[in-house]
Design a protein around this ligand. Structure first.
Ligand code: FPP
Length: 248
């Protein structure tokens, strides 16, 4: 079977792809390994997908690396994930640089351990002038956190009379979200066979195409990303309109 890389339409690449990287624990169990090894192998998938996204001209790639709810996992797993983030950011910085990737983060980053914040900020700074793919890590992120956080800032600005209540609309609200400078994702991918959003980007996926695959995240590679994009390209996006309206 021909690679999906050769089957996708290079003129219809989504600008923003978001991914819920799921199934690391099940991958580890399947291979008789501790859960953390699933996460470790997941980093290889991150590398492949970041490379692939950059190669075909995706502009923004948001990865759900650690959710607000992930804090409730066993302490050892949370610590292992934080250690892995520190390690991965450090180990990948130069290859990100070579691939012209920029890095940013969304979420309650202040809640992350100092070591993670330090590495993250150093990496963001180092890659700041790059002009290729914008890799967005969602860290201590949840869609509900994002919306509540936006409401707080919006209320502050209203009380401070920087904005009038009458001015509040979807467009303005968007500016208060963590993703203010990024278009909404056209495509949201979730691995591991679960068909849930799990409190990821809630506001932003109003019209996203959802793609669920049974592949576990540590088995996911760039051609799986291209397959998802191929699937996306063969859908009709109507945004509430009728099919006839779109073709006329
Ligand atoms: C979900 O699998 C995955 C996570 C909670 C963590 C994802 C983190 C990484 C892939 C590594 C670091 C990332 C970067 C960006 C360097 P799960 O543990 O919920 O799997 P399960 O549902 O099978 O238990």
């Amino acid at each position: 079977m021909e690679l999906f890389r050769n089957r996708i339409n290079k003129n219809n690449i989504p600008e923003h792809v978001a991914i819920i990287m799921d199934g690391n624990g099940r991958w580890a169990a399947k291979h008789g390994k501790p859960r953390v090894m699933g996460h470790e192998h997941g980093v290889e998938s991150v590398r492949s997908v970041v490379e692939g996204a950059g190669e075909i001209g995706v502009k923004h790639l948001t990865l759900y690396a650690f959710s607000t709810e992930n804090w409730d996992r066993p302490k050892e797993e949370v610590e292992a994930l934080m250690g892995l983030l520190v390690y991965a950011i450090e180990a990948e910085t130069e290859s990100l640089m070579k691939n012209n990737v920029r890095l940013s983060a969304i979420g309650d980053v202040e809640a992350m351990p100092e070591k993670v914040r330090e590495k993250l900020n150093a990496c963001i700074e180092h890659l700041n002038d790059n002009t290729g793919l914008n890799l967005i890590l969602a860290l201590s992120y949840s869609g509900q956190w994002d919306i509540v956080n936006a409401v707080k800032k919006l209320v502050d600005d209203t009380v401070a009379k920087k904005i009038e209540v009458e001015e509040i609309n979807n467009k303005l609200f968007n500016k208060y979200l963590a993703t203010a400078n990024v278009p909404d994702p056209e495509l949201l991918i979730r691995t591991s066979g679960e068909s849930r959003i799990s409190n990821f980007l809630l506001w932003q996926i109003a019209y996203s195409e959802l793609y669920f695959t049974g592949k576990l995240w540590p088995d996911f590679r760039k051609d799986d990303l291209f397959e998802a994009i191929f699937d996306y390209q063969n859908r009709e996006r109507r945004f509430g309109k009728t099919s006839e309206q779109l073709t006329s």
